[in-house]
Design a binder for this molecule. Structure first.
Ligand code: NAP
Length: 245
């Protein structure tokens, strides 16, 4: 039963994170929605509240330690606990290796990998006290198979898999599970930048013949957060239409 649990969802203002927040809220989870865009977060909170759910917005940048600490502290202050942490905030700054700027490397690693570490470190303190918790990290198929023009993004998402497994080992005795999801190409703002021609080429590589929808990811997050997934930890769940097996 997920009813009454508290989930912190990073990158909840748009795309996959917003869908995860709505999916969990629909199952009775109290949502702490975080991102940098206050207006979009407020709209999400209003949508959840209008549907009879409970949610609060916490504006912040996951790559800043003080913001990550404040995010978890506000979750505890508002709802008394953190049962589920979904590390979903992520960015791309694509470019070829030889032209990759230091700042593009740093921005992607800081948001996608360090951000997850900071939120996990803060949330784990609360979860270990309660001897229960679920941590779900949104990595990427690009972290598994690599991507030309994406050395920074691929490294950050592969790093997230190592972070997932090491954290799973450290926290297992505290009854905290830690898993990663590796989405393939999902229809969001992140993939909207792809040209029609490139999109057709992408679809040709996907055995199921389509891009994924945000709900394809949100349903699996809800499963990994549920009691049914209690014996699953340190795992990587690929949701990619079969493009990488
Ligand atoms: P999106 O539509 O671009 O949304 C990204 C979210 O992350 C936004 O809510 C954004 O909010 C937030 N965010 C970015 N930087 C942040 C920061 N420093 N601090 C806090 N929040 C931050 O992307 P998406 O497609 O939904 O992707 C969500 C996750 O799935 C990412 O980790 C992405 O790498 C992963 N993923 C996506 C795909 C795909 O095909 N779409 C595939 C594989 C993996 P603000 O801008 O308001 O801060």
């Amino acid at each position: 039963m997920l009813t009454g649990k508290v989930a912190v969802v990073t990158g909840a203002s748009r795309g996959i994170g917003k869908s995860v927040a709505l999916e969990l809220a629909g199952r009775g989870v109290r949502i702490v929605a975080s991102a940098r865009n206050a207006e979009l977060l407020d709209a999400l909170v209003a949508e959840i509240t209008a549907a009879g759910g409970e949610a609060v917005a916490v504006v912040g940048d996951v790559s800043v330690a003080a913001d990550a600490d404040r995010l978890i502290a506000q979750a505890v202050e508002t709802f008394g606990q953190v049962d589920i942490l979904v590390n979903n905030a992520g960015i791309t700054r694509d470019g070829l290796l030889l032209r990759m700027k230091d700042e593009d490397w740093d921005a992607v690693l800081d948001t996608n990998l360090k951000g997850a570490f900071l939120c996990i470190r803060a949330a784990a303190k609360v979860m270990t006290r309660k001897r229960s918790g679920r941590i779900i990290n949104i990595s990427s198929v690009i972290g598994e198979m690599g991507g030309a023009g994406q050395v920074n993004y691929s490294a950050s998402k592969a790093g997230l898999l190592g972070l997932t497994k090491s954290t799973a080992l450290e926290l297992a005795r505290r009854n905290i599970t830690v898993n990663a999801i590796t989405p393939g190409f999902i229809v969001t703002d992140m993939t909207d930048v792809v040209s029609d021609k490139a999109r057709e080429a992408l679809i040709a590589q996907i055995p199921l013949g389509r891009l994924g929808e945000v709900e394809d990811i949100a349903h699996s997050v809800a499963f990994l957060a549920s009691d049914q997934a209690a014996y699953i930890t340190g795992q990587v769940l690929g949701i990619n239409g079969g493009m990488y097996m």
